[in-house]
Design a binder for this molecule. Structure first.
Ligand code: HEM
Ligand SMILES: Nc1nc2c(ncn2[C@@H]2O[C@H](COP(=O)(O)OP(=O)(O)OP(=O)(O)O)[C@@H](O)[C@H]2O)c(=O)[nH]1
Length: 669
């Protein structure tokens, strides 16, 4: 389904439910698109999936969400100026309801691959109407109610309520997916009752009094129609073709070279046509009689595709054929067809031999498939009382000159007054203009996609940098606008790790300094790898000292154990690096601290209090490759299985004699 529908959904979900809800929905439906491209096609199931996700996020029902999306679409397409098109469909809401098919048809140059639904107004009265919706997509039936409700309100000032009278295959679609009971695509058929004030429209219909001169009009000779609409055909009650325009017969011969042209007349319509729209329509007299306001699309069945046989068949003067010579013409046409087939096979072998590219280097376009494309006729079935027949007043649906050629037709085959030519030429110009526009749009949206990705990566890098200076929970609070983030913690464990013998600060040797920086970087990177948030948080590095904390900013009752685990891990890890002469020593102390972000230019998360000073002393008075715990920390972890050894009383600067412990190992695994 085209991106335009998804753009409207994304726009209004973000506007009415917020960006976070939209992000959550994208996560749920695994949608990778930051934006949707208007003219790009996306999976149909995404629409019901997004509705199911919105329903899960908001508690609204699935139907409510699909109805909401339908309303979003109508509100959104005004951005493209389509509201003017809706307003011009007719004075009354019923006029609009009968023009929806046409609206989609007129948009087929802009959305060439559109598979739009078909709508048929089957009944009207003062209080509303009944409309029949057919589509190859599941899950859109409530979407349509939203669209019609919004159009009725926005463009006709009508309050409309709609409900489903009966339906077939109207299942929700989406990833859960329709359970395909039958092979091939499902056709969804839904009949709605629309309740709205329709008195004006009904009154208008009654008041149109035919002018007296119109009352006694002479019947029109059907051949006039066939001249005006050379692709037209007439059907009797058995739905057999009783009359046909010159061009439809010619085209049928062209597409069915071996068949006797005379057989076209008298054949059942469904033996020579496929009904493309409305889907799955029963082609019988009574059904079609009910569908006079519906736009039909009939595709001519073709059995063959060769020009020469056509010329041969066309140049035959069938009028004077008796049965025998008629077969002669057929034989000749078939011989021509065989010849053509052989030529084609030879050409394809040559093409295969010369690595015939699918893409024509001259135009960069895919080479058209050899042979003729079938022709699609669009029109309405009218009942002509005088001859008690149905006439299919139609024109060929041809988008551009390439398509005209691929069907084997020329501009002068198209009826001059039927606007088909103008449409083809306009379509052709429109398409080429559109192609340029699409390319530009593709380019712009690719650039937008790239800049969004770049912005994303910068944001990620910025976040990483920020989180390296400030713990994530603190950064999020500051991002939400919380000013001075300062907190006191009853008890944390502070860890100081010093890298020793790495550099003689008195030395002036640059080489040594460079070497020291490299080694320090290796050791600190190894320490960084052991920091597992939210259990332990890296606070800072000052010179050769690496400071960490457990129990802030995330409260953590096991802070002492996590601090000791970190210490044991880093001793083991740095030892495993076997860096010559390098050693580390670790000091840990537990107690209360105050923590907060200080500084504007380079904000830092800092800890304050005597607990920090003591932890630092535990490190600075520790032996290489050892972990020294304060008395308080040692008693805390000894009770939970950590092996500690009393070091005795240590003279600690600014603290006097302190009883400290060595940490030997963690609890038995
Ligand atoms: C000028 C306005 C409109 C434009 C440009 C437009 C265009 C489209 C496009 C591009 C699609 C997607 C089809 C596909 O990707 O295959 C679509 C689908 C659809 N349109 Fe329209 N449309 C318009 C007005 C309307 C209105 C007014 C209604 C009904 C009140 C309507 C009913 C639908 C429905 C129900 C679908 C869903 C597809 C389905 O059910 O199979 N459209 N339309
Ligand atoms: N890296 C780091 N070290 C700290 C912090 N707070 C205190 N210290 C260290 O803890 C030790 C004890 O601090 P104090 O009791 O204030 O001692 P001081 O007199 O300021 O500093 P010294 O000259 O080392 O005695 C000192 O070595 C400080 O450098 C801190 O937030 N970060």
């Amino acid at each position: 389904m085209y991106g335009m529908l998804y753009e409207s959904v994304q726009h209004y979900i973000q506007e009415e439910y917020g960006m976070d809800t939209w992000k959550k929905i994208c996560q749920i439906v695994d949608c990778k698109h930051n934006t949707f491209k208007t003219h790009q096609i996306y999976p149909d199931k995404l629409m019901p999936d997004i509705a199911a996700a919105l329903s899960a996020c908001t508690g609204e029902s699935f139907d409510f969400c699909m109805n909401f999306f339908g309303r979003c679409f109508v509100r959104f397409f005004s951005n493209f100026g389509y509201d003017k098109m809706i307003r011009s469909t007719g004075r009354y809401f019923c006029d609009f309801l009968q023009s929806i098919d046409n609206i989609h048809l007129q948009m087929r140059f802009t959305y060439p691959k559109m598979k739009s639904p078909s709508m048929q107004l089957t009944n009207m009265d003062d209080n509303g109407a009944v409309i029949l919706y057919r589509s190859g997509r599941t899950g859109m039936s409530k979407y349509l109610i939203g669209q019609m409700t919004e159009v009725a309100k926005e463009f006709y000032g009508l309050e409309m309520t709609a409900y489903v009278i009966e339906s077939q295959n109207d299942i929700c679609g989406g990833t859960a997916g329709p359970i395909k009971l039958t092979e091939g695509p499902l056709t969804v058929v839904v009949k709605y009752r629309l309740d709205f004030d329709n008195r004006d429209y009904m009154a208008k219909r009654v008041n149109i009094v035919a002018h007296p001169t119109q009352l006694k009009m002479p019947p029109v000779d059907l051949n006039v129609f066939l001249e005006l609409f050379p692709f037209t055909f007439v059907l009797n009650h058995d739905m057999k073709i009783t009359l046909a325009g010159e061009k439809i017969i010619e085209t049928w011969i062209l597409h069915n070279p071996g068949v006797n042209p005379k057989t076209f007349i008298g054949t059942h319509v469904m033996d020579v046509f496929k009904c493309r729209r409305p889907k799955d329509t029963k082609i019988d007299w009574n059904t079609i009689l009910q569908m006079r306001t519906v736009l039909f699309e009939m595709e001519l069945i073709r059995t063959g595709h060769n020009r020469d046989a056509y010329d041969a068949a066309l140049n035959m003067d069938y009028e004077n054929f008796d049965e025998m010579s008629l077969n002669e013409a057929q034989t000749m046409a078939l011989a021509k067809a065989d010849e053509f087939e052989k030529e084609q096979e030879k050409e394809q072998e040559e093409a295969a031999a010369t690595k015939h590219d699918e893409i024509d280097p001259a135009t960069g376009q895919r080479r058209p498939s050899v042979g003729l494309r079938s022709i699609l006729l669009k029109g309405q079935m009218f009942y002509i009382k005088d001859v008690d027949s149905l006439i299919f007043l139609c024109s060929p649906l041809i988008e551009n000159l390439d398509e005209l050629h691929s069907i084997g037709l020329y501009l002068n085959d198209l009826n001059p007054h039927g606007l088909s030519r103008e449409l083809v030429m306009a379509g052709w110009q429109h398409c080429s203009k559109l192609e340029i526009m699409f390319e530009k749009e593709e380019q712009r949206s690719d650039e937008l996609e790239k800049s969004l990705e770049l912005a994303d990566s910068w944001k990620r890098q910025g976040d990483e940098l920020l989180y390296s200076m400030i713990p994530r929970p603190i950064a999020e609070r500051m991002r939400m606008g919380q000013e001075h983030v300062c907190q006191s913690f009853e008890e944390v464990s502070v860890i100081f790790i010093e890298v020793m013998n790495i550099y003689d600060s008195g030395s002036t040797n640059v080489q040594e300094a460079m070497q020291a920086v490299n080694t320090l970087n290796k050791v600190f990177s190894a320490l960084d790898e052991e920091i597992i948030s939210p259990f332990v948080y890296k606070v800072e590095t000052v010179g050769m000292v690496y400071m960490a904390v457990s129990g802030a900013p995330d409260i953590n009752p096991l802070h002492a154990q996590h601090a000791c685990d970190l210490a044991l891990r880093v001793i083991k890890k740095v030892k495993s690096h076997n860096l010559p002469d390098v050693a580390i020593r670790v000091g840990i102390n537990s107690g209360p601290v105050v923590a907060g972000v200080v500084g504007l230019k380079v904000p830092r998360y800092c800890l304050f209090g005597d607990t920090v000073n003591t932890a630092s002393r535990m490190e600075s008075s520790c032996d290489p490759w050892k972990i020294q715990l304060s008395n308080y920390t040692a008693l805390k972890v000894r009770d939970v299985g950590y092996r500690v050894e009393a070091r005795g009383f240590v003279k600690v600067k600014g603290k006097g004699d302190m009883e400290t412990y060595w940490l030997l190992e963690g609890p038995e695994e």
